[in-house]
Write a protein that binds this ligand. Sequence first.
Ligand code: HAM
Length: 418
Amino acid sequence: MSFQAPKGTFDWMPPRSERVLAVRDALSAPARRAGYGYIETPAFEDTGLFSRGVGESTDIVTKEMYTFVDKGGRSITLRPEGTASVVRAVLEHGLPGGPLPVKLWYSGSYYRYERAQKGRYRHFSQVGAEAIGTEDPAVDAELIVLAVDGYAALGLTGVRLLLNSLGCAECRPAYRAALQDFLRGLDLDEQTRQRIEINPLRVLDDKRPEVQAQLAGAPLVTDHLCGACKAYHEEVRTLLTAAGVTYTDDPRLVRGLDYYTRTTFEFLHDGLGSQSAVGGGGRYDGLSEMIGGPPLPSVGWALGVDRTVLAMEAEGLFDAQPATVDVFAVPLGEEARRAVFGLVVALRRAGLSADMAFGGRGVKGAMKAADRSGARFALILGDRDLAAGAVQVKDLTTAEQTAVPIAEVADVLKGKLS
Ligand code: HAM
């Protein structure tokens, strides 16, 4: 019997998996430099956290959650996103009593039972950052700049930023009502009609051409913002422009999660086909209260690691075959094997990346393994070398070979590699 990864999931395998590490590192580095601390939360939570936090009427909650009853009879859900968990942890640890905002970043696996296609998986990875407990347009702008800088550090040039404001508890109800009035007059199927009553903003995000065609005259949220939301949004835009960030105002941008208020944004890449969002986020001033906490105005984002790798591949930003180690050692004979093992351990402890031929292959097989490893240098050790206290250092790019005393090999290699 053989198994395959479940539908909608896949394995990141070397050498391509190195790209995942590089992307995670680069996307989180700007946040780390800006004082965001690392948070790790469980991969599963009480189901209620997501149904209340993400929103009962969202696709995520109604269709996409991996929910099960555990052996203790609790309803548990594999996290479909990170923000609700982070806010839950901040409340649970009493952090709102301390200095605000609480700035946190995270990285991990998320689970959504989505229709699988390129760029849309049932298990995927995000890097996220959240600034919790402060209402200040500078925090919104800070987070957007951090994401922009993360993509730029990876060399990506094709990421576009869409920006919108969804208003607040003051002005959203009037907009919602105006939108519902408009939508009720359209020719829509029964399911969409139900959506108008529950979550009308999501109808704007309907991708079907026959729906989009009817939405041309829909009221725009930006025309319904209250004075405070307008001023707040204007300040975010001013700060972004001052920081050299290019963005497109998109009054139709709605997000797939219900907790958003005011600033919302999405990063798109055109090299990915239909799943073009490489990241997204926004302000969620009401989320804490939705899950039983005090008012805690907050903002954050999550960037898709898998899709960012795809975007980089679309831009041709990776080397074809990244080297895995600098040095690959080949023993010729049993006694040499023991010496090579010790030498490789010593080289690693000296800070070099080194591997060796395992499994008692012949010289030919071992040299092939050295070539395949992508290493710059091969170390070849036979009985005669061993008697002379030396090892052959072969430059695998030039095929040049020299004997180096074993005691000096770490320093010699470090010199050659620097
Ligand atoms: P989201 O827009 O649902 O937001 O996800 C953020 C990013 O995760 C997306 O832009 C995409 O790159 C990636 N992503 C989402 N679903 C999938 C999937 N099925 N397969 C591959 N990649 C995917 C959130 O999750 C919010 N928690 C963001 C946030 C943080 N808002 C405020 N703070």
